[in-house]
Design a protein around this ligand. Structure first.
Ligand code: GDP
Ligand code: MG
Length: 136
């Protein structure tokens, strides 16, 4: 067992469809602790900086336009193996490939508008949490 933190984002498609409560409930029901939480409206530049690892991908411009198209919810989650647990709760990137009962399978629109983000490794966490939460 290892207590970790991870960054979760409720993306614009989910905020627009009033799914904040639904998604936060799933996090709480799964036993993960929410230790920081705020709304934000990302600029295109902030979204580009956050997704810098994907800068060379064909979908980068579309992704960062979408992520700056409306409000998001930013959260820091904490718990044993929370990086992997939150990724499991989210489901696969493409909702069509995500397992039943996952957030993306149940709620997402498509592979881009897939409702939630989760850090994929301790290295990503070390970049992503301070990117949005000063001092965490
Ligand atoms: P994640 O870790 O499961 O969120 O997926 P990735 O890190 O691979 O991609 C980051 C985000 O880019 C995804 O969550 C999607 O919003 C978007 N994305 C990934 N793959 C594609 C794609 O093939 N096309 C488009 N339009 N967006 C994508
Ligand atoms: Mg990723």
């Amino acid at each position: 067992m290892m207590t970790e933190r991870t960054l979760a984002i409720i993306k614009p498609d989910a905020v627009e469809r009033k799914l904040i409560g639904n998604i936060l409930s799933r996090i709480e029901e799964s036993g993960l602790d929410i230790i920081a939480l705020r709304t934000a409206s990302l600029s295109k530049e902030e979204a580009e900086g956050f997704y810098n690892v994907h800068a060379h991908r064909p979908f980068f411009d579309s992704l960062t336009s979408y992520m700056s198209s409306g409000p998001v919810v930013l959260a820091v989650l904490e718990g044993d193996n929370v990086i992997s647990k939150w990724r499991q709760l989210m489901g696969a990137t493409d909702p069509k490939e995500a397992e039943e009962g996952t957030i993306r399978r149940d709620l997402a629109v498509d592979k881009e508008k897939n409702s939630v983000h989760g850090s994929d490794s301790p290295e990503s966490v070390a970049f992503e949490i301070p990117y949005f939460f000063n001092g965490l």
